[in-house]
Design a protein around this ligand. Structure first.
Ligand code: SF4
Length: 166
């Protein structure tokens, strides 16, 4: 059997630490999925920034204690539609983030609490990093007005699979 490219060496202890005081960046597609899943209005869970340089950034909101708004009893309440950034954590597919350990052909990542340890084959890491980078470059090279219009369309659309998470 082919060896897994991403291996969990030590599992998540469900402490919720990775969901506190972190900026979770989401795409328009993720914004749409979360809105449809929760039935919430987007301004209840997301903040949209439009920089003077024309970059549209969408962040999940935090509560008054700095916890992600979707963190409930130390668990993610939108697990089925959680953003890519959360799904892959503690591996971050970015050339800007250094793994804690580099061995021959393998990168090792550790979560904020140190409980969860994940090993990724280096070739796979770079394949995924290039794929993610291409996706983000395409995403951010769209005219920002177009992205804002899309966000407005999502904001005004009704929820299809409303679920109360509050
Ligand atoms: S979306 Fe879920 S996994 Fe991601 S930070 Fe929020 S609670 Fe944590």
């Amino acid at each position: 059997m082919e060896k897994e490219k991403v291996r969990i060496i030590s599992p998540c202890a469900k402490c919720g630490l990775c969901c506190i005081e972190k900026n979770v960046f989401i795409t328009v597609e993720e914004l749409r999925r979360i809105k449809e899943y929760t039935g919430m209005d987007i301004d209840e869970f997301a903040e949209v920034y439009y920089s003077p340089l024309g970059v549209v950034t969408i962040l999940l909101k935090k509560d008054e204690y700095g916890r992600c708004i979707f963190l409930k009893n130390s668990l993610c309440s939108i697990h089925e539609v959680k953003p890519f950034q959360c799904k892959t954590y503690p591996v971050i597919y970015s050339p800007m983030i250094a793994p804690v350990e580099v061995r021959e052909g393998v990168y090792v990542f550790r979560c904020a609490s140190g409980n969860m340890v994940v090993e990724v084959d280096a070739d796979y890491f770079w394949e995924e990093t290039k794929r993610r980078t291409r996706y983000l470059v395409n995403y951010y090279s769209r005219p920002p007005e177009e992205i804002i219009r899309e966000i407005e369309r999502i904001a005004s659309a009704g929820a299809r699979h409303g679920k109360d998470n509050r």
